[in-house]
Design a protein around this ligand. Structure first.
Ligand code: URP
Ligand code: ZN
Ligand code: ZN
Length: 468
């Protein structure tokens, strides 16, 4: 049984054209005019709608044990939420506890992810440096198809790495051809600022952004880029929020360094007035790095970056916690679990504000949300509508208007950081692995139908500055 998607406008990263798309099994097998329909094929009318490659989210945290609790979407509900928003592949972060084996961590994450309704891979987090870490990193790439690592330069006393570990991770990553994703904030400075604020009795969620100024992100971004450059490693700076870090990335790119930058919709679209919400309402917006203040050039730097190519991708950092979980920090903002939902909102929010708002074309949005993350992270069958690619597709109707709300989203999160935001355009259908998994508001995603995506390394050392 296959599908023929009839008469839509196919939009890839660099092109758009009217065509039928034929799907057999899990694969796109034909693109053209008047494609024949087999006796058992389902025909889907896409006239007047866009046919997009399934979006790839390179930054999510499903059922993540974090800050004394666990993020509320598991791999089933989180991927289903993604499908409702046009995302058909995710890259989650496998985060083994400090001092534990990467391979044991991977086994644990694979077990959790077996219920995913969409395809998935992992970035492997390095949360400390031990005598087996280098060999385990090599094994993860060589034997397990994981070709990207993660370092947190923040979250001191938990998963933060020091410069020694950062140096070593970049070295082994360059040797193995893996990308290093980086949470870039100076965790020691954040820790000091947090203590100073708490000592003055400043404990509410509105002090979260005060404890993490943009200079702290800029400094860490610069340091990560430098560490990578020493070894010719390829860094991918996740969830960039500010002018200083975009400028650091821009300097590195213009100097010829291979490096990538990601931002997320919330950093483009929200500002620190969200912390004015009464009754601990600001806690919903507590994430790191923080949502920035308007008028300081941060939002403009991000919009320019995603438009002009200095920033490469837009992920979501989907990591939701319930209000009840956020209350762990009712008397101390440093204990509010950091993170929010976003995987379901990305396409409609960016179509509305990015495309209709005049910042970039729909082709560029496909590049930022699908083609680029697929290419950077070696998902070779994802990111474009083409014969031979996986049949992960989104039929997107650009006309309807809607409102984002926790009342209607599929995530288990009880609040939406985009609550009440108007959007234009709607995901009408999402096709995952050749099957319709979401149709006109109804989810048909099948628990466990997602597959683990093994990847091959492509980012071997380039222009190393030291030869240790
Ligand atoms: O606040 C956030 N971003 N929570 C998820 C973990 C991380 O730092 O990405
Ligand atoms: Zn982070
Ligand atoms: Zn994250």
């Amino acid at each position: 049984m296959g599908l023929v998607i009839r008469g839509g406008t196919v939009v890839n990263a660099g092109e758009r054209f009217e065509a039928d798309v034929k799907v057999e099994g899990r694969t796109i097998t034909g693109i053209g005019s008047n494609l024949a329909k087999g006796a058992n094929d389902t025909e889907v009318d896409a006239a007047g709608r866009f046919v997009l490659p399934g979006f790839v989210d390179p930054h999510v945290h499903m059922e993540l044990p974090f800050m004394g609790t666990v993020s509320v979407d598991d791999f089933e509900t989180g991927t289903a939420s993604g499908i409702a928003g046009g995302t058909t592949s995710i890259i989650d972060f496998c985060i083994p506890a400090p001092g534990t084996s990467l391979l044991d961590g991977l086994a644990m994450w694979k077990e959790r992810a077996a219920k995913a309704t969409a395809d998935y891979s992992f970035h492997m987090a390095i949360t400390g440096w031990g005598e087996n870490t280098a060999d385990e990193m090599r094994a993860v790439v060589r034997d397990h198809g994981i070709t990207s690592f993660k370092v947190f330069m923040a979250y001191k006393g938990a998963i933060m790495v020091d410069d020694h570990a950062l140096y070593q991770v970049m070295k082994v990553a360059a040797e193995t051809g893996a990308v290093v994703t980086v949470h870039a904030e100076n965790g020691d400075v954040v820790w000091n600022l947090q203590r100073e604020l708490l000592a003055k009795g400043l404990t509410g969620p509105e002090y979260h952004p005060v404890s993490r100024p943009s200079a702290v992100e800029g400094e860490a971004t610069e340091r990560a880029l430098t560490m990578a450059r020493l070894h010719g490693a390829t860094p991918y700076i996740v969830h960039m929020t500010c002018r200083e870090s975009v400028q650091a990335l821009e300097r590195a790119k213009l100097a010829g360094q291979r490096c990538y930058g990601e931002t997320c919709p919330q950093y483009l679209l929200l500002d620190d007035r969200v912390f004015d919400a009464p009754d601990f309402g600001g806690s919903a917006f507590v994430m790191s790095p923080p949502i920035r203040k308007l008028g300081l050039g941060h939002h403009q730097a991000l919009w320019s970056g995603v438009s002009n190519g200095m920033l490469d991708s837009i992920g979501t950092d989907h990591c939701p916690f319930l209000h009840e979980q956020k209350k762990m920090g009712a008397k101390d903002f440093t204990r509010i679990p950091n993170g929010a939902a976003g995987i379901e909102d990305r396409l409609s929010m960016l179509y509305t504000h990015g495309v209709k708002g005049g910042h970039f074309s729909l082709e560029r949005l496909v590049e930022l949300g699908s083609a680029a993350p697929a290419r950077i992270f070696g998902l070779t069958k994802k990111g474009s509508v083409a014969v031979g690619m996986d049949a992960d597709l989104v039929i997107f109707d650009p006309a309807p208007r809607g409102v984002r709300s926790a009342k209607t989203h599929f995530s288990k999160a009880d609040r939406s950081i985009f609550e009440g935001h108007d959007v234009q355009g709607r995901v009408e259908r999402t096709i995952v692995g050749g099957r319709i998994a979401f149709e006109n508001g109804k989810l048909m995603a099948e628990r466990g139908s997602g597959r683990f995506l093994a990847r091959k390394p492509t980012h071997f050392a380039q222009h190393a500055e030291v030869n240790a």
